[in-house]
Structure formats: structure tokens, C-alpha cells
Design a protein around this ligand. Structure first.
Ligand SMILES: [Zn+2]
Length: 206
């Protein structure tokens, strides 16, 4: 089986609970001496096997092989990737069966990151996720706080919920840019500094 590690918790000295997102499920597994295993790290893609144990409800993680990315030695890219992957755990942890959308998007993102700017690629993947989950309402932009339509003073808060900048006391964006974001799910019209702002919103959580 293949998947991406999205959470690691230390138990005892060197053992780990390792949560892995795969095509159809999120697994939380037990790995003996996992802390000493260099391939077991947040964001890493691995090939692995699971062994069911009578003593524990958690399957044991075995036969781990690393499936590298072209950019794995680019520490800046890896750091941003890991911060993004971490956010999947609180988002999906209570769902056992998941749609293959998540794994496919991550595979595509890892590929896009070979050439594309990392933050931009990740933000656009996140927009696809919001759209897939039916949380990106592009037809009419209504303020999340006052529930009135937004004609001017466009802004965004956590989960890219649209607001009036005066309602959320947050940054103003040009309406055309916000519409691009919601309709095309692209950040091409945003400059790097604005993308940095979008990135900070995303890092607040899904
Ligand atoms: Zn408002």
C-alpha cells in the first residue's frame, strides 16, 4: 500500500503512532522504534504493509519503503509541504473511509512542485479541496459575518471564507482577484506578498 504520513506521535521511548493517508482510508498504525527510522517523517510518501495484532487494535506498520520526490532535498520546499500535510490530520482524523480525491491531489501537487512556486501550488490545491468539499461558494459572495452580499471591501478569513474587510478587520483585496480565486481556483493574479497572506490564512487550518 502507498500513502502519505500526515501525523506522528511519540509513544514510549522510540515507538511511534504513525497516521497515513492512503487512497481510500486514513490509517493510524504502530511502529516499533519508528523514531529511529529516517523514512518515517511528516509528509513523506511511503510504500508499506500492515500487520494486524491480537494485542492491540492498531495495526503494525511494516516493510516501509520511501517513495521520494524530485525535490526532497530542497529543504524549503519540504518544509512548506510538511506544514501543509500536517493540516490533513485534524481535518480527516475522524473519518475512516476517505475519497481518493485527497491522495490524487497530493500526488498531483508533489508533481507540480517540481516547477511551480511551492506556496502558489499548495494554495491552489487547497482551493481544489475546498471546492471538492463544497465549501467554495463562488456563485454569490456573501459575507460570512454579516451575511450581506459583498460588493466592495473583499476580504478572507480562515477556510477562505469571504467577508467584508470592515467586518473581519482584515486585509482588503481587489474584487476581481477574489473572484478569480473562487471561480478559477487560481492565484495567478495575486502578487507574492498577497500569496504570503493567503498562505498564512491557510496555515490557520482547513
Ligand atoms: Zn460583512
Amino acid at each position: 500500500m502507498q500513502g502519505y504520513i500526515i501525523d506522528i506521535k511519540k509513544v514510549r521511548d522510540d515507538d511511534l503512532l504513525v497516521s497515513i493517508i492512503t487512497q481510500n482510508r486514513l490509517y493510524t498504525t504502530y511502529r516499533f522504534y519508528g523514531a529511529r527510522h529516517s523514512l518515517i517523517n511528516i509528509g513523506f510518501k511511503i510504500d508499506f504493509e500492515l500487520e494486524l495484532s491480537l494485542k492491540s487494535s492498531l495495526p503494525r506498520l511494516k516493510e516501509v519503503l520511501g517513495l521520494g520526490f524530485e525535490w526532497i532535498l530542497d529543504t524549503k520546499k519540504l518544509y512548506l509541504w510538511q506544514r501543509f500535510l500536517k493540516l490533513f490530520y485534524p481535518h480527516l482524523k475522524d473519518i475512516e473511509k476517505i475519497d481518493d480525491f485527497y491522495m490524487l491531489e497530493l500526488d498531483m501537487l508533489a508533481h507540480k512542485m517540481i516547477k511551480q512556486d511551492t506556496k502558489r501550488a499548495i494554495i491552489e490545491t487547497y482551493l481544489n479541496l475546498l471546492f471538492f468539499e463544497g465549501r467554495l461558494n463562488s456563485s454569490a459572495l456573501t459575507c460570512f459575518l454579516c451575511e450581506k452580499s459583498i460588493e466592495n471591501n473583499f476580504s478572507l478569513v480562515r477556510s477562505f471564507l469571504p467577508t467584508h474587510s470592515y467586518c473581519s478587520y482584515s486585509r482588503d483585496f481587489e474584487g476581481s482577484k477574489i473572484k478569480d480565486l473562487f471561480n478559477a481556483r487560481k492565484v495567478i493574479s495575486f502578487d507574492d506578498e498577497e500569496c504570503g497572506y493567503l498562505w498564512d490564512i491557510l496555515m490557520q487550518g482547513f
